[in-house]
Write a protein that binds this ligand. Structure first.
Ligand code: AMP
Ligand code: MG
Length: 479
């Protein structure tokens, strides 16, 4: 089994953007999950990945001649600026080209302290690793751009997070780990050549279709557009990222960092899960505003490249940023209408969407089941399972009357309304069991969320909503 061909082009960037770093060896590495589907997409040989060399590679002990790196970045965390963050418990161990010539980072998290660890231990608990695995694979299966999880490996150590947990590593892949915070970091260096090198690298790697005049302004346009569409997709599935700091926003437009994230169950537009988000900064309906805020920080970092005249640079940034709102609303309306089997040309589309969200708000119905049982009712012409979701179905019946008159398309509904999402309580139970060495629950969850639109009797236990109306559950950063 030959070793796949890895390289590390990020290490050609100016030194300040990263530090060469050798991850600590895991005392007793054991593969918990290897993502065979993703390995195949990346043309990585499963047998090699499972071999001793493969396991060494995945835990940062390179059989080849690449030295891993820890990437440096800054970040606005909940609005406050931290100039010096970076991979505090992570390393970029290689890059690989897939069959389409797209480059992917192979990155591991949980291998010990790095120069950017500050007070942290650089380690990860198995439950946090598996949570990232489940959520990233769920988003990928729903068609939401995201980093992926290639492997979850226990290290043989224990890690303390309030109590003791098995230590683990998640190996994740991304089209790139460059963040808004990476640009903030480059800008802080007051050295335009580093910023330019980072922007040129980003253009070549992630936005190679851009050419012509002012590529940096076009980069801003494209990043804004991808981010607007990403947030619209999250929201259309009820996903709440929970920690949309600028260091957790990828320039590729992929979802990154699954800390306190969750899927909303009983509908509340201002729903927050994260225990540290006390002010509701990253609530479900605040996500567009927060993405815009982060993108403004991105635009500020790019200013020296947008124009030599600062006023003109600011004017360019403002023009591009103003496009966010149209881009987001267009995508959001389209997706939310598709969930109802309707096109954007539907009669009174905007008003009907509002009426739908208002029904969800008053009845606090489970967001996923509302759309899914509605899909079933259109497919079978039987409203009973849909109406059974409501304690008092009078309002829902009234709403259904208007809805039915619009000839919803069941095929469109079927591909936009999943039945399986990682629900809070099922995830918790599965993580708890996994840490006690019992993997069957997490395996079942992974199998179900990988085909989120296909309902099966065997997964009936995963469909039940858990969140009691009005009582929000809390998620933790898991760092
Ligand atoms: P996050 O909130 O997970 O996005 O992390 C914010 C920052 O804290 C990043 O720079 C991380 O690398 C760092 N960090 C998080 N957890 C740890 C840890 N256990 N050890 C060292 N650094 C960490
Ligand atoms: Mg982060």
């Amino acid at each position: 089994m030959p070793q796949p061909l890895f390289d590390l082009t990020y290490a050609n960037l100016p030194d300040g953007l990263y530090t060469l770093y050798q991850p600590e060896p895991a005392p007793d590495p054991k593969m918990v999950f290897l993502n065979n589907g993703l390995a195949a997409e990346l043309s990585l040989d499963q047998d090699w990945l499972r071999s001793e060399d493969g396991l060494n590679f995945l835990t940062g002990q390179q059989p080849g001649d690449i030295t891993p790196i820890a990437m440096a970045y800054s970040g606005h965390q909940f609005g406050g600026f931290s100039p010096q963050l970076g991979d505090g418990r992570a390393a970029l161990i290689g890059e690989i080209l897939d069959g389409d010539g797209i480059r992917h980072d192979i990155h591991l998290k949980g291998s010990g302290r790095t120069p950017y660890s500050r007070g942290g231990d650089g380690k990860a608990a198995l439950r946090a690793v598996l949570k990232e695995y489940v959520f990233s694979e769920s988003l990928a299966a729903l068609g939401i751009p995201t980093t992926r999880s290639l492997a979850a490996i226990t290290t043989g150590e224990t890690v303390e997070r309030q109590k003791m947990h098995p230590g683990a590593i998640v190996v994740r892949t991304a089209q790139s780990h460059i963040r808004v915070g990476t640009f903030q970091y480059a800008r802080l260096r007051q050295d335009e050549s580093t910023l330019k090198a980072l922007a040129d690298y980003t253009l070549e790697r992630l936005y190679s279709q851009i050419n012509g005049a002012n590529p940096y302004a076009q980069l801003l346009t494209q990043v804004i557009d991808r981010q607007a569409k990403l947030v619209a997709k999250w929201m259309s599935f009820g996903f709440i990222h929970g920690v949309m700091n600028t260091d957790n926003m990828a320039i590729s437009g992929e979802t990154i960092d699954f800390g306190p994230c969750a899927f909303m169950e009983a509908f509340r537009a201002n729903q927050v899960f994260s225990s540290i988000d006390r002010r509701g900064r990253y609530a479900w309906n605040k996500q567009p505003e927060m993405a815009y805020w982060n993108l403004t920080r991105f635009a500020e970092s790019l200013l020296p490249l947008l124009h030599t005249d600062e006023d003109k640079a600011v004017a360019i940034a403002e023009t591009e940023l103003a496009k966010f709102s149209t881009s987001f609303s267009g995508a959001f309306n389209e997706l939310m209408l598709a969930k109802l089997g309707l096109g954007t040309d539907a009669e009174n589309a905007g008003a009907f969407l509002q009426a739908t969200l208002s029904l969800l708000t008053t009845t606090q119905t489970d967001f996923t089941l509302f759309y899914r049982r509605l899909t079933d009712s259109v497919q079978t012409s039987d409203n009973s399972t849909f109406l059974a979701l409501f304690t008092d179905p009078a309002r829902a019946k009234q709403w259904l009357n208007t809805f039915s008159k619009q000839s919803p398309n069941p095929e469109i509904m079927a591909v936009n309304n999943p039945i399986y999402i990682p629900r809070f309580a099922q995830v918790e139970t599965a993580l708890e069991a996994a840490e006690n060495g019992e993997l069957s629950k997490i395996k079942q969850l992974l199998d179900a969320i990988k085909k989120p639109f296909d309902e099966h009797e065997a997964y009936a236990n995963l469909v039940k909503p858990n969140q009691q109306k009005g009582i929000p559950q809390q998620t933790y950063c898991e760092t």
